[in-house]
Design a protein around this ligand. Structure first.
Ligand code: F6R
Length: 608
């Protein structure tokens, strides 16, 4: 997604911004740019493609200055070319703006500007903001931004500089994240706190409609009505500094292999062995309320949505509470019926997904308590919720989510246990579940040993253009997630399906060119899915089966058998997902793709 880093202080600005761009890179982008004051003159450098293209343009530049803004763009309005890259300049070239989000009324604003004779250099919505600020500029940038934003509709996080005000950096936000980092005689603005924690850990989370004026000496936050508001400085952890690929060729592979440790961190201190229960500090205040809920809605996007589907089965199985799972993008615009005993969960790794945030607010607006499962501490969704549970798995850098998925499922199992113990699970049943959750890291470790085997399977199939992924019950969402992993990094078309549904249409696709990945551990539905596998085989499909020991009769007719360790059947998604992550990874590498930054994708989708 688009990313912003801006700096005002005493250091040479160019290296600070270049470092910022590199740290934004993991989010995914298709062009980048820098705007800075060089010996008092506003200069802009932009390039489509990777950051190295921008660096080439900067190679022979000697910049003198310590105020600037930079941006990675993920195209929304206009293709990813140099003209559309940020920063955008006002007419006259004195004011430069970088922007995340979407200006919804940009066409109206642009029409007015065109009527006034302003000409445009790009197709973006952002350029309108630069011209609109210039329209109100009378020697005070902060006032001009405030006035301009009165006319702007939509979501934005912006950073603005002006050639005539070399000691001022302005930031503003509405519906898109922007944080201020406060150092000694220097400050930073960023859309992603991980980009600046190496410089300062003193952070101000700006709120919607805040406009911050930052100087070397300090900062002042005003609301849109020009009233000064106070915002607390918070200390954040600097765990992002530790994130390196180590010996792994890609962050994605590193994160897949990190999962035993990640799950350990996720469950640490949260299992009560003797009580057969879970203790989740973020839900402590809601414990009484949780006892009376009779319906749960979980809303999320992408991989987090598939984790939510596993959560639905877990909660219904252990706690007996009806659960509905809905895409956040649908939930937010439906008229959801939320009763007084309905509890809403949102799930988001990044904690910044625009649709999930909007769904959260819609649910709160209808009176629901909303609890969230997030990874990024201090993220907007985490701060907006009424409580929740962090994953504690450290930063996820690979765009394809892996360790977050399994940590989300693990947290959902803890929640299901807690809700179950308030209802129908006995302490003995609870103790069994606690032991099963505790056994997950070791079982994941075992499953990772299949890596070489899966690489060999990937070599057989990486040139295929279509895949089907099938599963039943707990493994239907796993199949969906496996298909999503494959398509997002290998660009191969893949579909996940409930295994028994295939005969209602998709079976027409099966022939010798269709690899079908079936997730079929030995569980209550094993015989059923064996029948589904036979139906595929009878039509010539190639069968890659993820199963457990004692998998006869699958061994007789599957083309490839991957045997993962067994755990409690409700927790098996954490194990069966591992080979699917590895399969997608190896196929993508064999296809020669940029696994950590696949085309068109972004780590957190901050536009709807
Ligand atoms: C897939 C993936 C996406 C995200 C989705 C939601 O690998 O990463 O599908 O899961 O964009 O993101 P979060 O969880 O940050 O809300």
């Amino acid at each position: 997604m688009c990313g912003i880093v801006a700096y005002i202080g005493f250091r040479p600005v160019l290296p600070v911004l270049q470092d910022g761009l590199k740290r934004l890179e993991y989010m995914g982008y298709d062009s980048s740019g820098i705007g800075l004051l060089d010996s008092g003159r506003l200069r802009i450098f932009k390039a489509p493609g990777k950051i190295r293209e921008l660096e080439k343009k900067l190679e022979n530049e000697e910049i003198k200055g310590n105020l600037g803004i930079c941006h990675t763009r993920w195209a929304t309005h206009g293709e990813p070319n140099e003209a559309n890259a940020h920063p955008h300049l006002s007419a006259g070239g004195k004011i430069a703006v970088v922007h995340n989000g979407i200006i919804e009324n940009y066409a109206v604003l642009k029409k007015k500007l065109l009527a006034e004779g302003i000409s445009f250099a790009s197709e973006t919505d952002t350029e309108v903001v630069a011209h609109w600020i210039a329209k109100f500029y009378k020697g005070n940038l902060s006032q001009a931004v405030l006035k301009a934003l009165e006319h702007v509709e939509g979501a934005f996080g912006i950073a603005v500089i002006c050639e005539d005000e070399p000691d001022v950096l302005i930031g503003a936000k509405r519906g898109s994240p922007l944080v201020l980092g406060v150092g000694e005689n220097e400050s930073f603005l960023t859309s992603d706190v991980s980009t600046i924690v190496g410089h300062t850990q003193k952070i101000v989370y700006l709120e919607d409609n805040d406009v911050v004026t930052v100087s070397r000496a300090g900062f002042e936050v005003k609301n849109i009505r020009d009233k000064t508001v106070s915002r607390e400085i918070q200390e954040v952890d600097n765990d992002f500094e530790l994130v390196q690929k180590g010996d792994f060729p890609h962050f994605m592979l590193k994160e897949i292999f990190e999962q035993p440790e990640a799950i350990k961190n996720c469950i640490r201190g949260r299992l009560l062995l003797n009580d057969g229960n879970a203790k989740l500090a973020g839900l402590d205040k809601s414990l009484k309320e949780l006892r009376s809920i009779d319906r749960i809605i979980i809303t999320a996007c992408g991989t987090s949505y598939y984790a939510a589907m596993v959560g639905e089965y877990l909660i219904e199985e252990w706690a007996g509470i009806p659960v509905e799972v809905e895409y956040a993008s649908e939930f937010r615009y439906r008229n959801p019926i939320i009763g007084s005993n309905t509890l809403v969960f949102t799930i988001s790794q990044s904690g910044e997904t625009a649709d999930t945030l909007a769904a959260l607010k819609e649910a709160q607006n209808k009176g629901a308590t909303v609890l969230s499962i997030c990874n990024v501490v201090g993220s907007t969704i985490a701060r907006t919720s009424n409580g929740g549970v962090y994953l504690h798995v450290g930063p996820e850098i690979g765009i394809a989510s892996t360790k977050a998925f399994n940590a989300q499922v693990t947290v959902l199992s803890l929640i299901a246990l807690l809700l179950g113990r308030q209802r129908r699970l006995s302490s003995v049943q609870g103790m069994e579940i606690v032991q099963a959750i505790n056994s997950l890291p070791a079982a994941v470790e075992q499953a990772l040993k299949l890596n070489d085997e899966i690489l060999e399977i990937a070599k057989v199939y990486y040139k295929h253009t279509n895949f089907l992924y099938l599963g039943r019950h707990f493994h239907y969402p796993v199949a969906m997630e496996g298909a999503l992993k494959l398509k997002e990094i290998s660009y191969i078309h893949a579909e996940g399906y409930p295994a028994a549904e295939v005969k209602h249409g998709p079976i027409a696709l099966i022939d010798a060119n269709m690899p079908v990945v079936i997730v079929a551990p030995k569980d209550a539905l094993f015989d059923k899915i064996v029948s589904n596998a036979r139906e595929i085989k009878a039509r010539g499909g190639k069968l890659i089966v993820v199963t457990t020991a004692d998998s006869a009769p699958l061994d007789e007719f599957a083309d490839h058998i991957i045997k993962v360790p067994s755990v409690n059947s409700a927790l098996m998604p954490v194990i069966t997902s591992i080979p699917l992550q590895l399969l997608a990874y190896h196929i993508a590498v064999l296809c020669g793709n940029d696994v950590d930054q696949p085309r068109n994708l972004t780590k957190s989708v901050m536009v709807e």
